[in-house]
Design a protein around this ligand. Structure first.
Ligand SMILES: NC(=O)C1=CN([C@@H]2O[C@H](COP(=O)(O)OP(=O)(O)OC[C@H]3O[C@@H](n4cnc5c(N)ncnc54)[C@H](O)[C@@H]3O)[C@@H](O)[C@H]2O)C=CC1
Ligand SMILES: NCC(=O)COP(=O)(O)O
Length: 349
């Protein structure tokens, strides 16, 4: 019997750092929802803060406080559904306040729980100011690592989070994420590269609809180590990973010199670039398409996307923050959530 088609679950947005552009781009995405046919969403935020930011931006947006996601879909047509935070946020663009950390983390925690219980279809996080959260006692480098820990705490087990930046011209993954550059050679192992590549290969298929992903692995050193003359990691760490992946049937090439693998001709030879450290991946991604690229966390039991940009606090409340990356993040989360629902329905049929 064909399972009944159910409407897509609303997505959960998190407000992020309230003195940054997160509220601005979320409000702008809501304003444009009809023309862009965005999937429905609710946002975990302080409703008063959002009302004040909307007024500051001159946006005539009704805000509806809701207490459950099933109210979000019917509210979405006429008002921005807001799940009110217990911990309040002041409306002060560009001004960091350590007192905001509690609400910022509360939004993430509640959104993750809603995704894990199936109340929402996935989460879209607005940017956090990492140092401000560290100062407030947050002990995780960023969302990516925190989400994996939180899911493991709630669900049990362990999750290896993988950061994927995906845009119209490039998809890439930093194998090591938020660590100082000096730590990279110490933390980069063949096992970590293989585990990351397995997750990418699997989830590009199952969550992003790419049937046969081709991976290209960057070298760590200039010229991919120049056959050992400019560093040993490429031969001793990266190449064994490529060989192991090929033995598993994963389409992997490398180690490739990172300086030439992002030119347009080279990009046509692969679907995802696996880079050895944060900026090796994020510089080409943000240079090619800063406004359209989306940050996705793979390896989690939930869908999570985010705009690629940060808090851009000097733009908060000015109307100059472009919502394009947030809009792309909402669209992609909607697609990923629909794919998961389709897979689940097919399994149940
Ligand atoms: N997912 C997250 O939570 C992320 C958080 N961050 C955090 O954001 C803070 C600021 O980081 P930055 O390195 O300065 O990066 P940033 O992305 O906030 O700003 C970099 C440049 O891009 C511009 N920009 C950013 N978003 C824009 C938008 N929507 N429209 C127009 N211009 C935009 C900014 O004005 C600035 O010139 C840091 O605390 C960082 O940790 C950074 C990246 C992601
Ligand atoms: N530069 C990307 C970034 O910092 C994203 O971090 P996360 O908070 O999404 O883990």
């Amino acid at each position: 019997m064909t399972p009944p088609v159910r409407p897509p679950l609303p997505l959960a947005l998190t407000v992020g750092e309230p003195s940054g552009v997160g509220p601005d781009v979320a409000l702008a995405a809501f304003r444009d929802r009809g023309a862009l046919e965005l999937p429905p969403f609710a946002i975990f935020a302080d409703p008063e803060m959002l009302r004040a930011r909307a007024a500051r931006l001159g946006l005539d947006i009704a805000i509806a406080e809701i207490s459950a996601f099933d109210e979000a879909a019917r509210t979405f047509r006429s008002a921005l559904p807001v799940m009110p935070l217990v911990n309040r946020h002041a409306e002060a663009p560009g001004r960091l306040d350590p007192a905001n950390a509690l609400g910022t983390v509360e939004a993430i925690d509640r959104a993750v729980r809603a995704a894990l219980t199936g109340e929402c279809g996935g989460i879209v996080t607005a940017p956090i100011d990492k140092k401000a959260l560290y100062d407030g006692g947050f002990r995780h480098p960023g969302h990516t690592e925190y989400l994996a820990d939180l899911c493991a705490t709630i669900e049990g087990g362990a999750f290896t989070p993988v950061m994927l930046l995906t845009g119209p011209e490039l998809s890439c993954v930093p194998v090591t994420i938020h660590i100082p550059l000096a730590e990279v050679p110490k933390r980069l192992t063949t096992e970590l590269i293989v585990e990351t590549a397995r997750i990418v290969s699997r989830e590009m298929r199952t969550r992003l609809g790419l049937p046969a992903p081709r991976l290209a692995l960057a070298g760590l050193n200039p010229h991919a180590g120049e056959r050992g003359a400019m560093g040993l990691e490429d031969e001793e760490v990266v190449r064994p990973a490529v060989e192991a992946l090929r033995l598993e049937g994963i389409d992997a090439a490398g180690p490739l010199p990172a300086d030439t693998m992002f030119n347009p001709r080279a990009r046509r030879t692969y679907d995802v670039a696996l880079c050895m450290y944060h900026d090796q991946a994020l510089i080409p991604a943000k240079t090619l398409a800063f406004d359209e690229t989306v940050n996705v966390t793979l390896g989690l039991p939930i869908v999570r996307t985010s705009p690629d940009h940060g808090t851009a606090s000097t733009l908060a409340g000015t109307g100059e923050a472009l919502p394009d990356s947030m809009i792309a993040a909402i669209r992609l989360a909607g697609r990923m959530s629909a794919t998961e629902a389709g897979v689940a329905a097919a399994a149940a049929a």
